[in-house]
Design a protein around this ligand. Structure first.
Ligand code: SF4
Length: 752
């Protein structure tokens, strides 16, 4: 038994709210959070914190946060769902009944799962959703990845042989930092874990480097840059293709160390022949000389990190754009070199003897209705409504939604809402009764972030330094944590019954993990007894023990005593401000998992994509339509943090930004309401006339639209805003990754 935590104490933990992994110093008085501020001794964030970090207190105390499972008990006289709190046992019994009934009637493929973005920030979900998905045995898996970063996985899969080998900008050492479609001053960085992003940008400039931002909006990041280039939304691929064209045409290709491994450069020159800066100028709206000058700057820089984010991935050519970013890095000798784009080495990474590389595969199965291919084991989130509503074999009749709100965050929000309402059964793992979970039969709420342990398994694999930091729960809780919820759901899905002990799943996972390690020839653990290793694991929940096993057998691990200075949860508990494992180091060729350990530029269908870009780009340049883009705000986090008054108070943020020239042409003035229409829907939003968006572009933030009956987020309802994804067209996805085009949506705007 552990001692109860003292009522007054100061604890240090990592903020789990975004990818930046900031260290927090939390003062607890009388058993409640008194204050949260940045941990000045944190080895990575050095005291940095954004306005969201301190709201872990408000999230923990939010009266709307569900503390107990709820089960739907019908609807009220207005048609809104009525839920009743039940015990965990009863909730799991209802889940079992529903799942059994749907499977018996329609088969396993009639049950789908949607995993929302927070899963990757939640330790128990990161460790335990996998066995649950396996136990469900359905290929109808969807996630926020296909409304976000899936193009990055696919480009990496083709180039490096693994969808999780993602290069990040080595921004602390770069001489030239170019950011496309990214606003880390608001989002705190993504696929680039770097707490204190603004200070790090300043540092680039202070050491004589340059920062260039390419974005249709003059974002806060753009304002802090040396140069901001306004680009027409969705045309970054055209810009990058022209940069590649110019680098090749002016003999500025210098691949350095990776040169001997790269194949396809001959084809590349021919493939980009027509993508001249003059052509790209007509598509992107950036002057041709400016494109040449940028390409020259990248080519001449001692080191350059050219990095793209959400504006480059949630577009029709997301994978092509991501691939071109890496091509630029490869051609200029910036891939896997300090100051360029590098591969982190996470402390939980699996260390395995090299195996023969394999061809990266997608399309092992396909969406039933659209025929779009599976990618990274999942189907496009844009396809969910069709899969739920179109009759036929394999139609989805039951969904699990896990920490997600696809009604607000996925394409065609109105139809998505209708689709969830049409299901026979639905189970949600979520802390809120929100716009999506209001359709559920059962909601299983994990405890607050302060009531569970934390380790960023995913984000230390995307970090600009190699870091390891573990946090224990600040408070005890009666609620089941994610690992116990998913373990129970796994056992139900396996037919072992709602009453089964989740420890069965934890034990099985640990035995598999440690068994695999002891089977590795030459490993320090070879021939050790699994039971002996299990007995040595850190005290804690199932996921804490999984992390301990991963750390101890990882690249910096203590190997269960073989390296007494190595990492373990125990060692991290002794170092509450984290452990800095050093700057990123070159990892090619060891990290390559491709056939023959080569980097084949055309391992994927990029020639075809370049041809498609050529055809489509001309259409964009000619159609003269307004294009809608999203935007981020420092006090917002997708859809789920709008119920905290401290974050949403003040001036309304869900406004339609429009350039003064467009506003004048349309007879629209600041503060009035405007109708925004796309092919699939329309919204009415208050207008904000601002020259921060370029002519031809309008912007709405995503994640809003909290005015739906039955959701129980009272603060969010008072600051409802509109759901921008009502406008997102599910017919337009990046064909290589299935990622929805949440940006560059053609719209018309008129006075309301
Ligand atoms: S930047 Fe991200 S990790 Fe840091 S305090 Fe803010 S929300 Fe938390």
């Amino acid at each position: 038994m552990t001692e109860p935590a003292p009522a007054d104490r100061t604890v240090f933990r990592t903020c789990p709210l975004c990818e930046a992994t900031c260290g927090l110093q939390i003062e607890v008085r009388d058993g409640a959070v008194k204050r949260i501020r940045g941990d000045r001794d944190d080895v990575f964030s050095s005291g940095f914190i954004c306005p969201k970090g301190s709201t872990l207190k408000q999230l923990h105390e939010d009266p709307d946060r569900l503390r107990k499972p709820v089960v739907r008990r019908g609807v009220d006289h207005d048609g809104a769902p009525v839920f009743a709190e039940v015990s965990w046992d009863e909730a799991f019994r209802v889940v079992e009944e529903k799942l059994t009934a749907v499977r018996e009637r329609h088969g396993a493929e009639a049950v789908g799962v949607y995993l929302g973005n927070p899963n990757v920030h939640l330790l128990g979900a990161a460790t335990h959703t996998r066995p649950f998905l396996k136990a469900l045995g359905s290929r109808s898996r969807f996630s926020a990845s296909t409304v976000d970063q899936m193009p990055r996985h696919v480009a990496s899969g083709y180039l490096y042989g693994s969808g999780v080998s993602m290069p990040v900008p080595d921004m602390d050492r770069t001489d030239l930092f170019v950011l496309l479609g990214a606003n880390p001053f608001a989002s705190n960085g993504s696929i680039c874990t770097a707490p204190g992003f603004p200070d790090r940008i300043d540092a680039v400039r202070e050491r004589g480097g340059r920062v260039v931002v390419i974005d249709p909006r003059r974002s806060r990041t753009a304002e802090a840059a040396d140069l901001h280039l306004s680009i027409r939304p969705g045309t970054d691929a055209a810009l990058l293709a022209a940069i590649v064209h110019h680098l090749i045409g002016t003999d500025q290709v210098s691949m350095g160390r990776v040169s001997a491994l790269v194949e396809g450069t001959g084809e590349l020159a021919a493939a980009v022949e027509g993508f001249t800066p003059d052509w790209a100028a007509g598509v992107t709206g950036i002057d041709a000389d400016q494109i040449r000058s940028l390409a020259d700057e990248i080519g001449a820089a001692k080191s350059a990190a050219v990095y793209g984010r959400i504006g480059t991935t949630t577009v029709e050519f997301g994978t092509l754009t991501t691939w071109l970013l890496d091509v630029v890095a490869i051609l200029t000798g910036n891939l896997d070199e300090p100051g360029g784009m590098m591969f982190p080495r996470a402390a939980t990474e699996r260390v395995r003897p090299s195996r023969p590389g394999r061809t990266y595969r997608v399309g092992r199965w396909a969406s039933r209705v659209s025929g779009r291919p599976e990618v990274q084991g999942e189907l496009p989130a844009a396809d969910m409504p069709d899969e739920m509503m179109e009759p036929g074999d394999g139609q989805l009749k039951m969904m699990f939604t896990c920490a997600g709100n696809p009604v607000l965050s996925c394409p065609d929000g109105d139809r998505m809402d209708e689709a969830f309402a049409s299901l026979d059964a639905m189970v949600s793992v979520d802390i809120y009764l929100n716009e999506t979970t209001r359709h559920a039969d059962v909601i299983l709420p994990p405890p607050s972030a302060l009531e569970k342990s934390h380790y960023d398994i995913a984000f230390y694999g995307l970090s600009i330094r190699n870091i390891s930091n573990f946090s224990d729960a600040v408070f005890d809780s009666d609620a089941l944590t994610e690992e116990d919820i998913y373990a129970k759901l796994t056992l139900i899905a396996l037919g072992m019954g709602a009453g089964s002990d989740p420890e069965i799943v934890h034990d099985q996972m640990l035995r598999e993990l440690l068994g695999a390690e002891t089977a590795v020839e030459g490993s320090p653990l070879a021939a050790r007894e699994v039971d002996d290793l299990l007995a040595q694991l850190a005290e804690g929940s199932g996921s804490v023990r999984v992390v301990d096993a991963m750390l101890r057998t990882g690249p910096y691990g203590d190997q269960f005593g073989a390296d007494p200075d190595g990492l373990s949860v125990a060692k991290l508990r002794e170092n509450p401000h984290g452990i800095d494992l050093g700057a990123l180091e070159p990892r090619i060729p060891a990290i390559l998992k491709t056939v023959g350990d080569r980097i084949d530029l055309f391992a994927g269908p990029f020639l075809e994509e370049l041809a498609r870009l050529d055809a489509r780009a001309t259409e964009w340049a000619m159609d003269g339509r307004l294009r809608l883009v999203g935007r981020r705000h420092l006090r917002s986090n997708n859809s789920w943090m709008h119920n905290l008054e401290v974050l949403v108070k003040g001036k309304a943020r869900c406004t339609l930004q429009i350039n003064p020239a467009d506003a004048a042409e349309l007879g629209i003035t600041d503060g009035i309401d405007a109708i925004v229409r796309s092919r699939v829907g329309q919204v009415v939003a208050p207008v904000e006339v601002t020259d921060s968006v370029m002519p031809g572009v309008v912007s709405l933030p995503h994640g809003w639209g909290h005015d739906m009956a039955g959701a129980k987020m009272d603060v969010a309802r008072r600051h409802a805003g509109v759901n921008s994804n009502v406008l997102t067209d599910p017919a337009v996805v990046d064909p290589l990754s299935g990622t929805a085009a949440l940006n560059a949506i053609p719209v018309e705007v008129v006075r309301a």
